[in-house]
Design a protein around this ligand. Structure first.
Ligand code: HPA
Length: 246
């Protein structure tokens, strides 16, 4: 079966259950990756792992070299990529500690290197992203959740915001009118670049706070960290099940 790569997000600078066998700094045409690409065993399965914010979580969302990261994973042999994503919940079903496998994206980011087809090499390409995530990998993730008995919202629209600040309440109301169920800061251009590279990519989102204006209180780092902790055990179990299912 095809090699699985996991991109770690906030709360996942490492994967505690990954037995790392190799750590490789990859030279890419786009510059440096967030960290060396780790190869190791998750249960009985070989996987790759890359923390998108860096090993010490030093890269804010707009400074991540998404092109280098995705290119490096492909270069190391990845065919499938699961991207962990801490998000703020907007609509009712996406309260804190909910797990989700989103199926759509609205991109509000700007000023990021967002394509491999930037006119400097090769021709102009317009890739299709009608369905921005890989359907087969989404289904595998949903099945893995069922296997370990974890509830998951199978769908939802991810609004990709620029960050690193959180949103205003009015911005969140606007994103809700646009159809977004959750907001995060890293879902784009990661998903589009994965598609440009022909990688089968899906997001595994976990809600760490109600988005701005949705709870009547301000959002604190403590709340976010507590919800990361609440979700992380389930996420590790699900990743183990996913890696094992070939
Ligand atoms: N907004 C944007 N990104 C996020 C949030 C949020 O509320 N929570 C976690 N990532």
């Amino acid at each position: 079966m095809s090699l699985l790569a996991i991109i770690g997000g906030s709360g996942f600078s490492g994967l505690s259950s990954l037995a790392v066998t190799e750590s490789r700094s990859v030279d890419t045409p786009y510059g440096e990756t967030s960290a060396p690409v780790a190869r190791g065993r998750l249960g009985d399965s070989e996987v790759l792992f890359l923390p998108r914010h860096g090993a010490s979580h030093h890269l804010p969302p707009h400074r991540i070299n998404y092109r280098a990261n995705l290119w490096a994973l492909k270069h190391c042999g990845a065919e499938r990529v699961v991207a962990l994503a801490a998000v703020g919940g907007i609509t009712e079903r996406f309260g804190p500690a909910v797990l989700s496998v989103p199926d759509q994206i609205v991109d509000y980011t700007y000023g990021r290197e967002h394509t491999l087809y930037d006119g400097t090499a090769g021709g102009v390409e317009h890739i299709d992203v009608t369905e921005p995530y890989c359907g087969a990998l989404r289904q595998s993730l949903i099945r893995a959740c069922e296997q370990v008995g974890c509830e998951v919202v199978a769908g939802g629209t991810y609004g990709a915001t620029q960050g690193p600040r959180l949103e205003t309440a009015a911005e969140i109301r606007r994103y809700e009118r646009d159809g977004c169920d959750m907001v995060g800061m890293t879902g784009m251009p990661e998903a589009a670049l994965a598609r440009e590279l022909g990688l089968c990519y899906a997001s595994f989102a976990f809600v760490v706070n109600w988005a701005a204006g949705k709870s009547g209180t301000v959002i604190t780092m403590k709340e976010i960290e507590d919800n990361v902790t609440l979700c992380s055990e389930r996420i590790l179990q699900i990743l183990l099940a996913l890696a094992a299912c070939r």
